[in-house]
Design a protein around this ligand. Sequence first.
Ligand SMILES: *Cc1c(COP(=O)(O)O)cnc(C)c1O
Length: 214
Amino acid sequence: MKLKELLKITDPYQAKVIAVTKNQPIENIQELINDGQKILAENRPQELIRKSQIINQTLEWHLIGHLQTNKIKLILPYTELIHSVDSSSLMIKINSEAERINKIQKILIQIKLSEEEKKQGYPFELFEAQLSELQLQKLRNINIIGVMGMGSLTDVIATTRKEFRELYNRFYYLKKNYFQNNEFKEISMGMSSDYQIALEEGATMIRIGSLLFE
Ligand SMILES: *Cc1c(COP(=O)(O)O)cnc(C)c1O
């Protein structure tokens, strides 16, 4: 699908399209940029750094994949937003590295949505407990601007919808109880296969890879 067609679908919802460029050669990415795309995302730190250096234009790069603590230092100078923060130790380490380079790093909390054991994400109850106990919201060099979630790999629309609705409800619960500020406003959910459901359920960012490069 062309970017223009996708934007026609997303515009009424005022959701941002995050173009996921993983596994794509530079020519394809450049074409998308020429069509006007300004927010790009990678799931691996090294790929993000490599591509942002080659393309070397004013763009927003987002990290959407799992971040290992030993990669924080490398990646921080390049990332506008990290979608995949799923533990308090990661937050604390991102905060200290951001402080060292005098940056305020915007992050999303990746909430675990699926019951599947291997699925990544912060269990919500754990996040909430640590948020109130450790005052994680007071780490000055990270700015938590919302939540991210990955739906189950399933064809059952009702399952995906339920998971996205849960993320939406948790976002508003967090906003009401812990983040009463205008910056806490993003819900990153939905990929090529389920973005329509995500839009209907209140996504503010959808992460689209394969669909844009077909
Ligand atoms: C790859 C990836 C996407 C995009 O997936 P598509 O199905 O290609 O749209 C979105 N989010 C994350 C975390 C990804 O790793």
